[in-house]
Design a protein around this ligand. Structure first.
Ligand code: HEC
Ligand code: HEC
Ligand code: HEC
Ligand code: HEC
Length: 181
């Protein structure tokens, strides 16, 4: 009895890890330049432009600011813009598994906290026919982020932490598709 359920458990765990493995292989990071090709027109809501003007797109640069350097000096960090301890929340590319970066894509470390940090790796959902179908997009890796996603970075591990109010902060980065009239 015990042996049987144990074997079953091992089997289930193996299957589970296999399925997450294939997913990880299927969805790759393509970089913000790809999203820009379709998401910068006024008609669609210029999500690229809104992101580009706001702080997430500048998150790598902030690691070279005076504030960052002062903190680094006090804590024995040579260069925050190259240190995993800081990059892990300030640049999408710097921390995702290298195997998950599409070699044909144009992702850069400088793009900071980019679309794919919140919406998931885009190699499979970026196709027009997929993008236009909400359910298909979700099945192909698109994430419509909730507060949980924000809290992976907006938490007390950040030395410059400020209490996070999801509603207010989401409004600050709002980039809707204009309603069709
Ligand atoms: C080939 C053009 C194209 C590319 C490339 C593209 N998108 Fe889209 N995307 C669209 C269109 C068109 C829509 C709007 C569909 C609609 O009107 O419902 C859309 C919708 C979305 C939505 C809303 C989806 C929903 O179902 O609510 C998100 C989020 C999104 N795109 C993110 C991204 C991200 C992130 C990237 C880059 C990885 C990207 N898109 C690349 C064309 C594109
Ligand atoms: C991958 C990490 C990461 C995720 C995920 C993330 N953020 Fe951020 N966010 C940052 C960093 C880093 C900054 C600081 C950027 C800078 O100024 O250098 C920031 C800054 C911001 C700011 C600007 C704060 C200000 O003072 O104006 C807002 C607003 C914000 N985030 C909202 C959100 C929301 C809402 C979510 C979830 C939907 C989210 N963030 C998810 C890392 C993240
Ligand atoms: C757990 C994720 C996380 C880590 C790790 C992290 N940060 Fe941040 N950092 C953030 C977030 C989120 C913000 C935005 C806070 C806000 O405005 O609410 C931020 C903001 C900042 C700012 C202020 C930017 C501005 O002008 O508004 C600086 C500077 C900064 N971080 C430097 C660093 C340095 C240096 C390290 C490494 C020692 C580091 N961060 C590690 C998430 C992180
Ligand atoms: C910090 C996290 C974050 C980043 C970075 C981000 N988004 Fe979003 N995005 C969101 C959230 C939150 C929503 C609203 C989700 C919802 O309505 O359920 C959203 C919604 C959208 C929508 C749907 C809008 C609608 O009206 O249905 C599109 C399109 C979109 N994002 C595209 C992009 C593109 C393109 C980029 C990069 C240029 C990007 N996003 C970067 C968090 C983010």
């Amino acid at each position: 009895m015990f042996k049987k359920s144990f074997t079953l458990m091992v089997l289930m765990l193996t299957l589970l890890s296999m399925s997450s493995f294939t997913q990880a292989k299927d969805f790759k990071y393509v970089g913000v330049k790809k999203c820009k090709t379709c998401h910068k027109s006024k008609k669609i809501g210029n999500q690229y432009g809104i992101w580009h003007k706001a702080k997430h797109s500048n998150a790598l640069k902030s690691l070279s600011s005076k504030e960052a350097m002062d903190y680094a000096k006090k804590h024995g960090i040579a260069d925050p813009s190259k240190d995993e301890k800081c990059l892990k929340c300030h640049s999408t590319m710097a921390t995702v598994d290298k195997k998950l970066i599409d070699p044909k894509g144009k992702m850069t470390i400088a793009e900071g906290v980019s679309c794919e940090s919140c919406h998931g790796p885009g190699s499979k959902y970026k196709k027009m026919s997929v993008m236009k179908n909400h359910d298909k997009a979700l099945a192909n890796g698109l994430i419509m982020p909730t507060e949980k996603v924000c809290l992976t970075c907006h938490n007390k591990e950040n030395p410059f932490y400020k209490p996070f109010d999801f509603k207010k902060m989401a409004a600050k980065i709002s980039h809707p598709i204009p309603k069709k009239k």
